[in-house]
Design a binder for this molecule. Structure first.
Ligand code: NAI
Length: 343
């Protein structure tokens, strides 16, 4: 089994080398998969990709022509893969869950950092500046947290917020049955009531630019926006305007809609050609991490193990339970609805 891994960083290489055995020959490419780099996949059985690789129709056709049989996503979200176009050409697997705790805990870490000005205090005390001016925060206790998306990560995040004594309300397109989650029926109602809003839904047609010029008008003045889900859930230009208008009190962003050419790379000493991101980063009330929420020891081990098991299950001809199945409508629940896989 020959696997080409794209966008491979030292921490990926370490975890995949630890979990793969002699059955696997993995070639690690630092570059991302896209229309220009797809030629590198020639001669491999499959490609292993991450959140900022591109597997659009053009890339899928090129992979198919070169004989690649599968795309193994080493992440949960699959908005960067044209799963519909892959149907009957290339099998697509993902890692549905590897550590919801990693992402939920990072979300709370960002919120606390922002609200209690930890990032400012850290820099000050490093410089022996022990002044407290400008560091006033507020209690999270009793504040209303609005959670959009109550799947694996959203649920863990709700538990964390409950631990802080927050009032948690939630919106989900498919609310969980028989749960103790306090759902609102309309997203608007969550937008109007929440002091803090956290996104934990996938990027899809319904969630694209959920935060935009119109929806920002509905928000409480001073609201904090947390996004550890996918960048394009927020219209970044509109967010920037909302911050400049003092409508949005703070934003904590682990993802950014134009992150694919920027995140995971060291651009210190360079000029970044993205004025919106540059402006956001200059704001004192905006905190950016570069798609780091998943990055824990536990998550990396689980990602490597599950990805390798996905590939082995496919190779053994047993069918992979984490295959993304376009044919079934609800892409991830193929096995539950049909006796057989797509193709
Ligand atoms: P999940 O599939 O368990 O839960 C997603 C929830 O969102 C489901 O309950 C679903 O019904 C709901 N949903 C779908 N479309 C919606 C919409 N338009 N509006 C409201 N709710 C909607 O997914 P999980 O594991 O909780 O992950 C959530 C997202 O977090 C992923 O899709 C991914 O984009 C992001 N993620 C980010 C990571 C990071 O490092 N920053 C790492 C892992 C995931």
């Amino acid at each position: 089994m020959k696997l080409a891994m794209f966008d491979a960083k030292s921490y990926d290489i370490e975890s995949f080398e630890k979990h793969s055995d002699g059955d696997f020959q993995i070639k690690f490419f630092e570059t991302k998969l896209n229309e220009d780099t797809v030629k590198l996949a020639k001669g491999f059985d499959g490609v292993c990709i991450f959140v900022n690789d591109t597997a659009n129709a053009e890339v899928i056709d090129a992979l198919y022509e070169t004989g690649v049989k599968f795309i193994a996503l080493r992440c949960s979200g699959y908005n960067n893969v044209d799963v519909e176009h892959a149907y009957k050409k290339i099998h697509v697997f993902h890692v549905p869950a590897y550590s919801p705790y990693a992402v939920a805990e990072h979300t709370m870490a960002m919120l606390l950092t922002s609200v209690r000005r930890i990032h400012k205090a850290y820099n000050r005390t490093k410089d022996f500046n022990f002044s407290l001016n400008g560091l006033k925060g507020f209690d999270l206790h009793s504040k209303t947290m609005g959670v959009v998306g109550t799947g694996k990560i959203g649920k863990v995040f709700i538990d964390i917020c409950n631990g802080f004594g927050m009032k948690v309300i939630a919106y989900d397109k498919y609310p969980a049955a028989d749960s103790s989650i306090n759902y609102v029926e309309q997203l608007d109602s969550l937008l109007r009531q929440s002091d803090i809003i956290s996104f934990h839904c996938p990027l899809n047609e319904d969630s694209y630019h959920l935060i935009n010029k119109e929806s920002i008008e509905k928000l409480k003045k001073g609201v904090i926006i947390l996004n550890t889900s996918r960048g394009a859930i927020i219209d970044s230009e509109a967010l920037l305007e909302g911050i400049k208008d003092r409508k949005i009190g703070a934003a904590c962003l682990d993802v950014y809609e134009e992150e694919s050419d920027i995140f995971f790379n060291d651009y210190s000493g360079h000029i970044v050609n993205d004025d919106t991101l540059a402006r956001l980063i200059t704001m004192p009330n905006v905190l950016v991490t570069s798609h780091q929420a998943y990055l824990t020891e536990e998550a990396l081990n689980n990602i490597a193990e599950i990805t390798i098991n996905n590939i082995k299950a496919f190779e053994d001809g047993k069918g992979c339970e984490n295959e993304l199945c376009y044919k079934c409508g609800r892409i991830e629940n193929c096995k539950n609805q049909r006796d057989e896989k797509c193709f």
